[in-house]
Ligand binder design. Structure first.
Ligand SMILES: Nc1nc2c(c(=O)[nH]1)N[C@H]1C(S)=C(S)[C@@H](COP(=O)(O)OP(=O)(O)OC[C@H]3O[C@@H](n4cnc5c(N)ncnc54)[C@H](O)[C@@H]3O)O[C@H]1N2
Ligand code: MOO
Length: 403
């Protein structure tokens, strides 16, 4: 007898199987979207020195205190473009022309923007007073050297990578993106653009899985359309296991006579079970030659729903993400639906939420059939009908997972 287990139990097993990805240092350019594995400290303060926020003139505020009543003329004793590193003292009664980002000369306590002067290069007429501190960006105002710039668990988006670069990091410690081998099985499968004969279909699961895996920041390698032959499956796939962290298959796991994945991996460390869900009932997981394996049923909608239910949270957890769940909301149904008793049903739906309404509304897209892929493309959510529910009416509130 095939074991029947709950969605939550299978999800826990798959998550445990993947565990945590190892920590490695990656160049910033390769770390986008990954999760920082350790706190990183600022190697420098930001800004690293007092500098000008404006193009203008560095002055002593006291020297220009009367400029609002009558313009003050000061000799321009120096010129400080951004990037200059040999900065001399600002003597009282003088000004230094200074550019945005250039270091403030010692002795200066204010910057007058060029628009409030005549722009002179030997002498400058200052037309406005400046309060002490005007247009000065202070050392350490943003980040203090030696403090935590980014903490472990941070997802490295553009702002985070920018900050890492700004505090002097060339690489960061992250959880290594897992390498996933995606294998689609089925003698009926044909890779486009080859012509189809009656009884054949175009292979579509591998691109769905590979793109879903890559979207999380993992790597996906694909072997398409392995025929339903155990010896062939083993010969093609087994040698590739050494290079990957996870094998994900589609097809060949249910109750028929030519279940290539089930036949090849039963007794090899992979357990096949029925999960109390629809679609995605037939599932398997375990290890083959020590490598984690997750076997998904072949129907395309089952593949994507299984990915959402099991692989997405497990891969995100392995990468170190704290939040692995889709956002869940309650919504009122636009039409009645039925669900098989004892199974959690995931229906493709479209959710809308108008401003001012407490709950949004949701309607199914397509029927429950796990071959209805076109309807999935119209969906923006999964409607979840729990195991103890076999029908819901129009107007009932249901749980919705936003995709
Ligand atoms: N007697 C029973 N039959 C079936 C059961 C059952 O419990 N008892 N379960 C059904 C359910 S539910 C599902 S889901 C499928 C799962 O079967 P398999 O994992 O063995 O998948 P296949 O039979 O290989 O394929 C199912 C379906 O999907 C198409 N397919 C497969 N791979 C691809 C691909 N890469 N691209 C596009 N389409 C693919 C395949 O042609 C089949 O139509 O079993 C039910 N049967
Ligand atoms: O359990 Mo299957 O995945 O419904 O078509």
């Amino acid at each position: 007898m095939v074991r029947v287990i709950s969605v939550d139990a299978h999800r826990e097993t798959v998550t445990g199987l993947l565990g945590n990805a190892p920590v490695i240092r990656l160049p910033l350019a390769s770390a986008a979207g990954l999760v920082l594995a350790e706190d990183v400290l600022a190697g420098v303060s930001l800004p690293p020195f007092d500098n000008s926020a404006m193009d203008g003139y560095a002055v002593r505020a006291a020297d220009v205190a009367s400029a609002d009543e009558a313009p003050v003329t000061l000799p321009v004793a120096d010129d400080i473009p951004a990037g200059r590193v040999d900065i001399g003292e600002l003597e009282p009664g003088t000004a230094h022309r200074i550019m945005t980002g250039a270091p403030l000369p010692p002795g200066a306590d204010a910057v007058v923007m060029v628009e409030h002067t005549d722009g002179g290069v030997t002498d400058v007429r200052i037309l406005r007073t400046a309060v002490p501190g005007a247009h000065i960006r202070r050392l350490g105002e943003d980040v203090v050297e030696g403090t935590v710039a980014l903490s472990a668990g941070t997802v490295l988006g553009p702002a985070q990578l920018g900050l890492a670069a700004a505090v002097g990091l060339a690489d960061v410690p992250v959880r290594r993106p897992l390498k996933v081998l995606v294998v689609s099985t089925g003698t009926e499968l044909v890779d486009a653009p080859n012509p189809l004969r009656h009884g054949q279909i175009y292979e579509s699961n591998s691109i769905m899985l590979a793109s879903a895996i890559r979207a999380l920041g993992c790597e996906a390698e694909v072997v398409r359309s392995v025929v339903d032959d155990v010896a062939e499956f083993r010969a093609v796939i087994e040698p590739r296991l050494a290079d990957v962290d996870l094998l994900v298959t589609s097809g060949g796991v249910s109750a028929g006579a030519y279940e290539v994945v089930k036949d090849a991996l039963t007794g090899q460390g992979v357990e096949f079970r029925k999960v109390a869900m629809q679609p995605g009932g037939p599932q398997g997981c375990g290890r083959w030659n020590g490598v984690p394996v997750v076997t998904l049923p072949g129907n395309p909608v089952s593949v994507l729903v299984s990915f959402e239910a099991f692989l997405r949270p497990a891969l995100l957890a392995a990468l170190g993400h704290a939040g692995v769940d889709r956002r869940q909301v309650r919504a009122r149904l636009t039409e009645s639906m039925t669900s098989p008793a004892g199974r959690r049903q995931f229906r493709r739906g479209f959710y809308t939420h108008s401003e001012g309404e407490v709950t949004g509304i949701v309607g199914p897209r397509g029927g429950p059939g796990s071959h209805l892929l076109a309807a999935f493309t119209q969906a923006n959510c999964l409607i979840v009908l729990p195991e103890d529910v076999d029908s819901v009416d129009q107007g009932d509130e249901v749980d919705v997972l936003l995709l």
